[in-house]
Design a protein around this ligand. Structure first.
Ligand code: UN1
Length: 497
């Protein structure tokens, strides 16, 4: 029988049995059950939130550099377990092993970085307009955070949320995706091993529509941080709006890469392949629109399609695999449905579009890398997030036209431009309407020391990762202190004239 993975509530590992448990299966081989986790009840969520509340009174007073020492130990444990966890990411989520290891590396980077933040949680000291009075701002934690994470980065995205939340002095109830719960549990185990006090980090397993919803709407939760679809993110924002919670949502993308006539074409092709088909297109930063200047359109399309056809699809644990499976049956069906939508709308399918079958493919959720051309701005495949290995190629008449096409969706997470013209890079940097802009590099691969997040329907405006200006702002509040040591009533703004 498959191994059982528990909730962690108030320092105790437990497996509630009220509901039928959830099986986590390997998307490359559905006969391989990675583990079994509970579908928790509202009562379990309640206890987890209460545990976090209780632990908050002590954790918020632990000096941040001391909190950071525990995070540093988490970083060291991640390094020690990198290979084990990387393989687990591949087995549970499907991305190829190099990327599974990259997922863990992103968490390692974040853990060291956030450990450093423990000595940098700075506010400001500024002069007062009145004599014998001083003013300063300090950072305080927000309280209990509900952290709800997706399956596509089963270690990295939890790390993006848990580590800054904790260093800032918040306590946490973590609800990972029910498709990658084993990775999440293994990650949480490292915090226990690193010596995190009981109740500071709680883990509840279950589905989003049940456990996630109850957790986000819980009255004793002070803040919610969610990464996932725009549909769910918007629902969370609405449901929390009346309760006065801090809510931050990282949502979808429809990220463009512009390839100009003066680009290094080989580099642009290589970058576009990585951003479109890396992680099987299942990144919020994946590029799904390639906007190519008409003068290099044919050369680009020929090279890109040829390379897409030659990508080796298979199990991510095999050394020579370029692209793994999709996460599950529903996601595969959704992506294949979009292929049909594209064809019906009149786009031209130049390669791919089918589920892969036969041999090892019958064991999992594999599909071909898929390329559409003759796509117009108004088509659904040009506007909606597909979250799979499907990319649309557009022809641009000019640089201005390319920028206009790039900005023409409801999303605004990441965009990229390939050009050798320095002036164009400056204009692209200014005009591309997205939270991240890449010059001569693809739309994926954000580094953790900078703020991460999108605009429009891609995000609620908060920024993850990074320090001040990023995650530290998200997980703290500024508190302002005025101290008057004049011994008399002094009135700001009121002048005796
Ligand atoms: C996501 O897909 O939700 O920039 C995050 C990147 C990664 C993070 C992606 N570092 O592609």
């Amino acid at each position: 029988m498959a191994e059982r993975f528990c909730n962690l509530i108030a320092g105790r590992w437990e497996f509630p049995e009220a509901n039928p448990p959830i099986e986590s299966v390997n998307p490359a081989d559905i006969s391989d059950v990675v583990g079994i986790v509970p579908e928790s009840t509202p009562e379990d969520v309640n206890r987890a939130v209460e545990s976090a509340r209780k632990a908050y009174s002590g954790w918020r007073l632990v000096p941040p550099p001391r909190r950071a020492e525990i995070l540093f130990r988490v970083a060291e444990l991640l390094v020690k377990n990198k290979h084990f966890l990387g393989e687990l990411v591949t087995r549970e989520m499907g991305k190829i092993l190099k990327e599974g290891l990259g997922d863990v590396q992103e968490a390692i980077d974040m853990a060291y970085y956030m450990a450093g933040e423990g000595r940098r949680l700075a506010g400001e000291t500024v002069p007062s307009e009145l004599p014998d009075k001083d003013c300063k701002s300090v950072r305080v934690p927000i309280g209990v955070f509900a952290l709800i994470t997706p399956w596509n980065f089963p270690i990295a995205i939890p790390a993006w949320k848990i580590l800054p939340a904790l260093v800032a002095g918040n306590t946490v109830v973590f609800k990972p995706s029910s498709y990658t719960p084993v990775c999440a549990t293994r990650f949480v185990e490292l915090f226990v091993e690193a010596g995190l006090p009981e109740g500071v980090l709680n883990l509840v397993h279950g589905r989003g529509e049940t456990v996630g919803r109850v957790l986000a709407e819980h009255p004793l939760v002070d803040g919610v941080s969610f990464t996932g679809s725009t549909k769910v993110g918007e629902a969370i924002i609405k449901s929390c709006a009346g309760i006065g919670k801090e809510v931050s949502c990282e949502m979808g993308g429809k990220n463009p890469i512009i390839v100009m006539d003066d680009a290094d074409l080989e580099l642009a092709i290589e970058g576009s392949l990585w951003a479109s088909f890396g992680t099987t297109g299942q990144r919020c930063t994946a590029s799904s629109r390639l906007i190519v200047h008409r003068d290099v359109y044919d050369a680009f399309l020929t090279g890109f399609t040829e390379r897409a056809k030659n990508l080796r699809v298979g199990c991510g644990l095999e050394e020579d695999t370029d692209m793994g499976p999709l996460i599950n049956e529903t996601q595969l069906a959704r992506v294949l449905h979009y292929v049909e939508v594209g064809k019906k709308e009149g786009a031209r399918l130049v390669t791919g579009g089918r589920r892969l079958t036969g041999g090892v493919f019958d064991r999992g959720y594999f599909m071909e890398p898929t390329v559409f051309t003759d796509v117009t701005e108004d088509m659904r495949i040009a506007r909606e997030e597909i979250f799979g290995p499907v990319v649309s190629v557009f022809r641009a008449d000019s640089f201005t036209h390319a920028i206009q096409l790039a900005n023409s969706t409801d999303y605004g997470l990441s965009s990229a431009v390939y050009t050798r013209d320095v002036n164009r890079t400056a204009i692209a940097e200014r005009e591309l309407n997205s939270g991240l802009v890449y010059i001569n590099a693809p739309t994926i691969g954000a580094e953790i020391q900078l703020p991460f997040g999108g605009i429009k329907k891609s995000g609620s405006g908060h920024r993850e990762a990074g320090g001040r200006g990023g995650a530290i702002d998200m997980f703290t509040r500024m508190k302002v202190i005025y101290r008057d040591f004049s011994g008399r009533l002094q009135k700001a703004q009121i002048r005796e004239e």
